[in-house]
Design a binder for this molecule. Structure first.
Ligand SMILES: N[C@@H](CC=O)C(=O)O
Length: 364
């Protein structure tokens, strides 16, 4: 068996960073050998630094990471010198994140990022591995621009889109033209636990800054294509999506109530079959984090429910239910995805697995 790739997590102390650390414990291909965070945390042992703000419930801090000394994420030379690639979950302003992630790439250290900063950089692929794995081909143009041989930045999309974009992707052959998506998003999407967010208890908050634009625009980049003349991903023009995003008192799990119009006229059976049959490159390649069943359809009006369905396929699968005809749109449905597994760290880890399987990430 070949040795595991050495991985750094930058932004390792926050909620998404902690999710990376727990999901990577015992990963068959990757081993966390460096953790980095702000100057404030640098120099402390990871276990000490997070013990009073560990948000992974009963999942313990992995033994192999507990005693790692936190490095300064901005000391790129030092962090990049110790690893083959990094996962990024840093919290800084967007310009600073772009600069920092580029800096790692220029140190020939691939970056797989959970941040939104680079999502609209035209030669940075934004990938859901089941939907647009071919977008990683744009990396050759990014490397040209950055002047790197191995380094690059790849990102995953926002968590909010993952409860309906997979369904629309499965239905592309029926030519969806318009979609409306109202999301009901868990508090962990804001990096908080229920106890740490008194504002959400017994409440629904009707605004999540920046979320509606991401929910409407990001799927279009995912359905776009690599344009070899522009050396960039050119986003698709349709389906046009409109959205409203609400915060609800749930710990994990983003639910969506969605409505769709199609150019064609699919039947309910055809729509359900398309969901259940949909699978992609991760399933073909047998990537370690890939769900066996990417999308499940639940034929029960009371499902999907966060309580029963959020951990479907270890949080990497999507649950759809309540598919029925509508009087304004053609069809409507309810979707559910795990926002910190599929929607954040898990989605980024699956993307890194794809990049390794395709030879973009390797041992230095
Ligand atoms: N922006 C999302 C987090 C997903 O990545 C949220 O606020 O729920």
């Amino acid at each position: 068996m070949s040795a595991k790739l050495k991985v750094g997590v930058i932004g390792a102390t926050g909620m998404v960073g902690q999710r990376f650390i727990t999901l990577l414990a015992n990963h068959p291909w990757f081993e966390v050998t460096a953790v980095a965070a702000s100057k404030h945390s640098a120099g402390k042992k990871y276990g000490e630094a997070v013990k009073d703000r560990w948000k992974m419930g009963t999942t313990p801090i992995p033994e192999n990471v507990k005693d790692l000394t936190i490095l300064d994420a901005e000391d790129v030379d030092k962090v990049a010198g110790q690893v083959d690639f990094v996962f990024s979950a840093v919290h800084m302003d967007k310009d600073a994140i772009r600069q920092l992630e580029d800096e790692y790439a220029k140190h020939e250290t691939p970056v797989v990022s959970n941040n939104s900063a680079h999502r609209w950089t035209p030669d940075v692929p934004m990938v859901v591995p089941e939907i647009n794995p071919d977008h990683i081909e744009v990396i050759k143009y990014q490397r040209e621009r950055l002047g790197t041989k191995h380094g690059f930045v790849a990102v995953k999309p926002n968590c909010s889109i993952q409860s309906y974009t997979p369904a629309l992707a499965a239905w592309m052959k029926f030519e969806p033209t318009q979609a409306l998506a109202c999301t009901y998003q868990a508090i962990s999407g804001a990096g908080k636990t229920l106890e740490g967010a008194p504002e959400i208890q017994g409440n629904v908050i009707p605004y999540i800054p920046g979320e509606e634009k991401k929910s409407e625009d990001e799927p279009l980049k995912i359905w776009g294509h690599v344009d070899d003349e522009k050396k960039a991903i050119v986003p698709a023009q349709s389906p046009v999506i409109t959205s409203q995003c609400l915060r609800v008192p749930v710990l994990y799990g983003h639910t969506v109530a969605a409505f769709v119009n199609f150019k064609q006229n699919p039947s309910k059976e055809e729509l359900i079959k398309a969901l259940e049959d949909y699978s992609g490159e991760p399933q073909k390649l047998g990537l370690p984090s890939a769900p066996k069943q990417f999308i499940q359809y639940l034929d029960d009006d009371f499902r999907p429910q966060v309580r029963y369905d959020v951990n479907f396929e270890h949080g990497m699968g999507i649950s759809i239910g309540r598919l029925r005809e509508d009087k304004l749109f053609d069809w409507k449905f309810v979707g559910l995805s795990h926002n910190t597994a599929r929607g954040a760290a898990g989605g980024a880890i699956e993307l890194a697995e794809l990049l390794k399987a395709k030879g973009y990430i390797e041992a230095k």
